[in-house]
Design a protein around this ligand. Structure first.
Ligand code: GLN
Ligand code: ZN
Length: 757
């Protein structure tokens, strides 16, 4: 058992979907009615037990519990605090109520989902209104604590903290900012701590990642008062406040001034100087997040040990940890095959990271010599990284050095519009779609068959071409003006490109949870990016050969490819973004040469990478915009560049959207009416714009009348020459019948609106 006074090795949390995505399968089976709740609980209990056993075996002396979740930790916290929205109150069964909040059911809408800080994990957004009351429901955390203790684990319950919970919540029912209810909520945490103490917990970890952000005013002050109050409780476990995803800045001193016993700091994204600058940390346990919990690279153990040595001088005691939960990385490198030895040697997934934590702690305790072999092995593996030619492609690097402003600048926008109008001869209020058409069972089966070797490349090609021909014929029949090929050949809008570009590794089993039961396998960007051959030209030109209408080429933009991959840590992200941008640029030029007159470069992730601190935002937006412009400025003025952004709350990125300088920007405005257009007008945006006229996230077919209505509203803000008519996102998740019906109505609405121009 651990020394209850302190501990030396831990992680802030772990994945919970299961090494083989057992939880995904089980929850989906439960939702489909194929298994009952007891069977689902069994799978969950096994995952928890295995995880705890793995952490014990790795040698960690404090083990996080309650980091398991059937769906999401913020939803769990809403349950813990009795703060589920009241619309689920009538659902008697706990599990069904929980899943109704997560996913909705026939009667109630789900809670909203959004990205967890700047990761690709999505959490459910708590809803806090004037009527919201809080009440403690500690069953889950107590049960998981008891379970781990019974297993012999030095268990440390983990909960999301009150500041983070409220700062990430949204105000509903006309309520003020949820943080206004902090005082009341802290009372529930007081009760929780008492219950955990009764249950024998030595430590509790309270996660406050919001303290590394500028999401709200006065966060350090809130940290000081909340943790002063919780710290003053007489019967409570020792408190570890965990900050992660960045530097806690002023909140670090605020926390250090309270009675809490421990503070976790992110030393991957945060700085050692911040720790050294807080003298009060000399009385605290600092949990040093030195092993990167959200990227896949092997830790440079000697550098890490040196950093820990520095920290050691300014803190009371020190524990080694990952920088955040390993929720964000795959389970085990050993589950991957076919990675060359060099590259494999540079990587560390969760299992390997646990070992790194233990190794570093052993070196601190017993000296580096005691674990010298592990240090040497690690250093030897990393040494090959420096001179691997794949990380140093001279031609790409020289090309980038030579880039000038002229290379990221197109001709005058009005001039371009005139040239494009003459070339494309489109009607006013042109109709189009965002790219993908329904990914039917046949399409998915063909891809699976190809992977399994049941069909060969030629058969696959024939089938995909047939899909494209069908989608082109369908669009002609519907009467759309700008057609697309439908993206049947793409498994995923990032992976499709990553698989074809040098510098990316695609994995087989490296799944991470995206939300609920949904998992993704982000490609690993490990080297310099080189496009060795055109990636989309054959498909698009084939589609174009079938019709006289213009077919829009379809590419994913550099920021989105970067955002949805694990990226190299040996150069700034901007450098990688520019390399990807060059590859996309070459593709646009090839498409243009092949006679394609319209090319869309999707950037749905532009806003996602926005830094957590205000001071860092301008620099990010600058390089993100430049990367997009680098990818799209290689074509002539007569080639029409579209972009697509998957959201309508532009807020801080609206200026950047204008600076992308796409000829046409389609946005997800169906649900927020036409406010977006007013916002764009307010900043003088004068290029083409397609605010989605219906919401593709629902199977509902919009009527012609309602689309006409929304076009009329839009025409008040934007002249017909600039207004495009399109759904608000790609159609890949929709069924064919509803898609055809919706698009028929969309075209009818555009025609009717044109008549009254
Ligand atoms: N072109 C993509 C599609 O239609 C865009 C998807 C997205 O915006 N996420 O599917
Ligand atoms: Zn979209």
């Amino acid at each position: 058992m651990s020394d209850p006074q302190t501990f030396t090795t831990t992680v802030l949390g772990t994945a919970r979907i299961g090494r083989n995505r057992e939880l995904k399968r089980a929850t989906e089976s439960y939702w489909a009615g194929r298994i009952d709740a007891a069977a689902l609980h069994d799978v969950a209990a096994t995952i928890r037990r295995d995880t705890t056993a793995d952490l014990i075996a790795a040698g960690l002396d404090s083990i996080p519990v309650n980091t398991f979740s059937y769906y999401d930790q913020m939803l769990d916290t809403a349950v813990l605090l009795g703060a589920l929205p009241p619309r689920y109150d009538d659902i008697a069964d706990d599990l069904d109520r929980y899943f109704a909040a997560a996913r909705g059911n026939a009667d109630v809408t789900p809670m909203e989902m959004t990205k967890w800080f700047d990761t690709n994990y999505h959490y459910l957004v708590p809803e806090i209104g004037p009527e919201t009351t809080f009440a403690l429901h500690p069953e889950k955390v107590l049960a998981e604590l008891a379970e781990a203790v019974a297993q012999g684990a030095p268990a440390r319950p983990v909960v999301i903290g009150p500041i983070t919970f409220l700062a990430l919540a949204k105000a509903v029912d006309g309520g003020a900012a949820p943080l206004g209810q902090l005082d009341e909520l802290v009372g529930v945490y007081e009760e929780l701590l008492a219950r955990l103490a009764d249950a024998g917990a030595d430590w509790v970890q309270i996660d406050e990642p919001v303290l590394v952000t500028d999401f709200a005013e006065g966060l350090p002050g809130l940290a000081a008062s909340v943790y002063q109050r919780l710290g003053e409780l007489s019967a409570r476990p020792k408190i570890l406040v965990a900050t992660y995803f960045g530097d806690a800045g002023a909140s670090l001193a605020a926390l250090a001034g309270t009675p809490v016993e421990g503070i976790a700091v992110d030393l991957v994204r945060g700085s050692v100087e911040s720790v050294a600058a807080v003298p009060a940390l000399a009385r605290k346990l600092v949990v040093a997040g030195i092993v990167n919990g959200r990227n896949v690279w092997r830790t440079d153990l000697d550098a890490a040990l040196a950093t820990l040595g520095t920290v050691l001088g300014s803190v009371g005691s020190l524990a080694v940890s990952t920088s955040c939960s390993t929720l964000h990385v795959p389970y085990a490198l050993t589950a991957e095959e076919g990675i060359d030895d060099n590259l494999r040697g540079w990587l560390a997934f969760a299992d390997e990271k646990f070992t790194e934590v233990a190794t570093l702690a052993a070196a601190l305790r017993d000296g580096r010599e005691a674990v010298a072999d592990r240090f040497e092995a690690s250093a030897a593996a990393l040494a090959t990284r420096a001179d691997d030619p794949r990380l140093n492609n001279t031609s790409v690097r020289e090309r980038l050095t030579a880039i000038t402003t002229a290379d990221i600048t197109r001709g005058d926008a009005a001039q371009r519009a005139a040239e494009q109008r003459a070339r494309l001869d489109l009607p006013e209020l042109p109709t189009t779609t965002i790219g993908s058409y329904p990914q039917t069972g046949d399409i998915r089966k063909a891809r699976a068959d190809l992977r399994a070797g049941r069909i060969d490349d030629a058969q696959y090609l024939t089938q995909m071409r047939q899909e494209i021909a069908d989608v082109i014929a369908l669009q002609e029949k519907i009467g759309l003006d700008v057609l697309v090929h439908g993206e049947p050949e793409r498994n995923d809008m990032v992976q499709y490109f990553a698989e074809q570009l040098d510098g990316f590794l695609s994995t087989q089993n490296a799944w991470v949870q995206s939300y609920g039961s949904r998992c993704v396998r982000p490609p690993i960007l490990f080297g310099d990016v080189v496009r060795t051959a055109p990636m989309t030209v054959d498909w698009i030109t084939y589609a174009q050969s079938l019709t006289d209408k213009p077919v829009k080429g379809m590419l994913t933009g550099p920021v989105t490819i970067l955002a949805w991959s694990f990226v190299r840590d040996d150069q700034p992200r901007s450098a990688s973004a520019f390399q990807i941008a060059l590859a996309i640029r070459d593709e646009t030029v090839d498409l243009e040469q092949a006679g394609i007159g319209i090319i869309q470069v999707d950037e749905p992730a532009l806003r996602e990478l926005l830094p957590l601190r205000d001071a860092d935002k301008a620099a990010y937006l600058k390089w993100a915009v430049d990367a997009f412009r680098l990818s799209t400025s290689g074509v002539d003025d007569g080639t029409q560049v579209h972009t697509h952004l998957c959201y309508s709350e532009f807020g801080e990125v609206i200026g950047a959207i204008a600076e992308l300088d796409a000829d046409v920007t389609s946005i997800e405005a169906a649900r927020s009416a036409m406010e977006v257009l007013d916002d764009l007008n307010a900043i003088g945006f004068s290029n083409g714009v397609g605010p989605g006229v219906y919401d593709i996230h629902s199977p509902r077919v919009p009527s012609t009348d309602e689309i006409v209505e929304s076009l009329r509203a839009a025409l008040k803000a934007v002249p017909a020459q600039r207004l495009w008519v399109n759904p608000d996102c790609g159609l890949k998740t929709r069924g064919t019948a509803e898609t055809v019906a919706s698009l028929n109505n969309l075209v009818a609405a555009a025609r009717s609106a044109r008549e009254s121009l």
